[in-house]
Write a protein that binds this ligand. Structure first.
Ligand SMILES: CC(C)(COP(=O)(O)OP(=O)(O)OC[C@H]1O[C@@H](n2cnc3c(N)ncnc32)[C@H](O)[C@@H]1OP(=O)(O)O)[C@@H](O)C(=O)NCCC(=O)NCCS
Length: 135
């Protein structure tokens, strides 16, 4: 009998630029481009969450902050082969937990309309109005 690979969810866990770039490309279905994730995370993020199955990075999200009471959840991504298995929900829950132990009072998120009621957050987020501009 083969055992399931170990499942781990880690705040500020080690990742490589290749891993996050590859996962981002797979989740958003775009050509892979190597981005300097490590440097950006260390420089601009309150933290990030990694979900691994065995060695494989299957989920990731990034939390940026103003250094005070606000943080913004970005790039919630789950590899297509692992979507629909609760990884997205786990990323969001872990983010909220970590924010609660920090100075953050308000966690912001925005999402495409087709994410609808945003079931993955189980109603934890309250709807608000927001604006976005591609510059
Ligand atoms: C959106 C995404 C992060 C969800 O991750 P996931 O691991 O598949 O989600 P989960 O398995 O944890 O599902 C959690 C809940 O969200 C719902 N859900 C998942 N994907 C959804 C979608 N695209 N639209 C609406 N609801 C969705 C699930 O039905 C589930 O509901 P339930 O708790 O009532 O069963 C993942 O599909 C993804 O990476 N998509 C591409 C990138 C993206 O659009 N990211 C989000 C914006 S940055």
């Amino acid at each position: 009998m083969t055992s399931k690979p170990e499942h781990s969810t880690v705040w500020r866990g080690a990742v490589t630029d290749q891993e996050v770039s590859g996962l981002h490309a797979a989740a958003f279905d775009h050509a892979e481009e190597l981005e300097p994730w490590r440097e950006r995370l260390e420089r601009y993020s309150l933290g990030w969450v990694t979900v691994r199955r065995g060695e494989l990075l299957v989920g990731f999200c990034n939390v940026i902050t103003d250094g005070g009471h606000h943080a913004f959840l970005l790039d919630v991504i789950v590899h297509p082969d692992h979507q629909g298995t609760g990884v997205g929900k786990e990323l969001v829950h872990r983010t909220i937990e970590e924010c609660r132990t920090s100075s953050v009072d308000w966690l912001h998120v925005d999402f495409e309309a087709d994410l609808g009621p945003f079931a993955m957050t189980e109603g934890l987020f309250r709807r608000s109005s927001a604006g976005i501009l591609r510059v």
